[in-house]
Ligand binder design. Structure first.
Ligand code: B12
Length: 381
């Protein structure tokens, strides 16, 4: 069997093991990406989660010295939750973005890539291969775009005609000279819905994101959320899907294909208040298997407090007071103080006054004073 025939077999095998789309490209440097990354760095538009070495990000040969081609894979994830519980007064809920539904996609895609590697090695024992998903050096989107998986859209996502943008991406660099697929035409046209609805104006222009303003990024930071964004985060606990849900190319793409990505509604849309006092062990047991847990429980708890403030959930006031008085982490105490001010009950005001006398951490104290200032504003208004 020659390589051409083997490639067809590999594609068929990929579909058998649950890879929804596979594409092939060469391992030449990514020149346009390189300029883009330099520009993003100059503008301070990067999130800080990216691999910092731009050379490694754009030259596959630095990652595998015999690199000749790259195999890009895409696996679709669901956009609809069956039996989604609705939050209500007294029982408010937060939401994890779709990319965090079901099991962590890193595990799922790495396993598929491992199977592909084994399949290749069985036919070509001397083949050299290096696979990565998300945390690798390469830009998964730039590879996918060049390998014809989808086009690079105005919301920054790689959009596939079959599954919309709800696909996870990963790739394998190899020394085998596979036939290349053609990149796809851009299909965004004049549409600019994603740019117009982004709650924080993070999408600067088509295909350019200021990650520092992107809610998906902000939900993953560990410090105090800057005031400007506190009301904008809504009830999001991890990630943001707004620029994807408005996209017309995602209409009708429910993508209920893989059981492993079906969300457990109590995990993907959990009740907010019980999140405030989770122990590390409880957090790990409950959320440890989802990708949105990678930064630990602190950002999720901070976001849960902001979500309770967003709903002005009065029934959560005693729990928030408990957190403000007893949580060992100043960011969490401070955020709870701010939330108590936002919610604005007499009980909250009393607790804030007492906390102002006791608090020793400067940042938490500042938040307590912000909380108190909401009451002063209320009186004036
Ligand atoms: C850092 C990071 C983030 C950051 C920054 C996102 C960003 N837009 O750069 C934050 C935390 C904000 C984030 C958020 C999300 N992320 Co993220 N993230 C990454 C990561 C680790 C690196 C991305 C990166 O390098 N960005 C830098 C930009 C400059 O490059 P790029 O987007 O990779 O590549 C494109 C641009 O460079 C563009 N480009 C190149 N040259 C030029 C020139 C011009 C003129 C223009 C206009 C464009 C352009 O073309 C490339 C291909 O599309 C990748 C995994 C990986 N290793 O690649 C996942 C990844 C991009 N994320 C992913 C996902 C799912 C998300 C979220 C949807 C999660 C969520 N629901 O909250 C959001 C979407 C936000 C958005 N609109 O982009 C998926 C995307 C899948 C897809 N279908 O596109 C990836 C690929 C993870 C994966 N393996 O599946 N993410």
């Amino acid at each position: 069997m020659n390589l051409d025939e083997f490639q067809d077999k590999l594609v068929a095998y990929a579909h058998e093991i649950g890879i929804d789309k596979i594409g092939f490209t060469n391992a030449a440097p990514f020149f346009s990406l390189k300029h883009r990354l330099i520009r993003q760095q100059e503008l301070n538009y990067q999130s800080g989660f990216e691999e910092p070495d731009i050379e490694k990000r754009t030259q596959p040969k630095l990652l595998l010295d015999e690199a000749v081609s790259i195999i890009s894979i895409a696996i679709a994830y669901p956009s609809k939750m069956e039996n989604a519980p609705t939050g209500k007064k007294g029982a408010r809920r937060g939401i994890f973005a779709r990319a965090s539904w079901g099991i962590d996609y890193h595990t799922a895609l790495r396993e598929r890539l491992r199977l592909l590697e084994a399949f290749i090695a069985a036919h070509y024992p001397d083949a050299r291969m290096r696979s990565m998903v998300d945390t690798g050096e390469l830009s998964d989107r730039a590879v996918a775009e060049r390998a014809g998986i989808g086009w690079s859209a105005k919301n920054c996502a790689v959009i596939t005609p079959e599954f919309g943008s709800y696909v996870y991406l990963g790739e394998m660099i190899t020394n085998l000279p596979f036939r290349e697929d053609e990149p796809m035409e851009d299909q965004c046209g004049d549409c600019r819905l994603c740019l117009d609805v982004c709650p924080t104006g993070a999408l600067i222009e088509g295909g350019q994101l200021n990650a520092q303003r992107c809610i998906a990024f902000l939900t993953q930071t560990k410090g105090s959320l800057p005031d400007e964004f506190r009301a904008k985060i809504g009830n999001r606990l991890y990630g943001c899907d707004t620029c994807q849900t408005v996209c017309p190319k995602n209409k009708g793409k429910a993508n209920r294909i893989h059981e492993e990505f079906e969300p457990d509604p109590e995990i993907a849309k959990p009740l907010l208040e019980p999140l405030l006092n989770l122990s590390n062990r409880e957090f790990k047991d409950r959320f440890g298997h989802v990708s949105g847990a990678w930064r630990g429980k602190k950002p999720i708890q901070r976001n849960a407090i902001l979500a309770l403030a967003h709903f002005k959930e009065q029934s959560a006031v005693p729990a928030l007071i408990g957190v403000m008085e007893r949580d060992p982490r100043p960011v969490i105490r401070g955020t709870a103080a701010w939330a108590l001010g936002k919610i604005g009950t007499a009980e909250g005001l009393e607790a804030l006054k007492q906390a102002e006398q006791r608090e020793t951490d400067a940042e938490a104290l500042e938040e307590i004073r912000k909380g108190l200032a909401f009451f002063a504003e209320e009186l004036k208004g």
